[in-house]
Design a protein around this ligand. Structure first.
Ligand SMILES: [Zn+2]
Ligand SMILES: [Zn+2]
Length: 87
């Protein structure tokens, strides 16, 4: 009986560990998204290459996030996934 109890306790501990890992992963993901959002708001650099300055207003969504080099290669807006009409 003692063995079974220990096994159960061990399993509960492992489940808790898994839950912890998932929580940390979710947290890290949230941080990444926040960094991305902050970058998009504050940087004047293209969100794709992060090298050139933004120079193109996307149509029809009006996002100003790409340089002309990346805009030419993108099929959709990296912000809202709207398919481009022209830019
Ligand atoms: Zn670019
Ligand atoms: Zn957009």
């Amino acid at each position: 009986a003692c063995d079974a109890w220990q096994k159960e306790a061990q399993e509960a501990k492992e489940r808790a560990n898994v839950a912890d890992t998932e929580k940390q992963l979710a947290l890290r993901k949230k941080e990444e998204v926040e960094i991305q959002v902050i970058f998009q708001i504050h940087s004047k650099k293209c969100v794709v290459c992060r090298e050139h300055n933004r120079s193109v207003v996307l149509q029809p969504c009006q996002h100003y996030v790409l340089c002309e080099h990346c805009a030419a290669k993108q099929q959709e807006c990296p912000c809202c996934k709207t398919t481009k009409s022209k830019w």
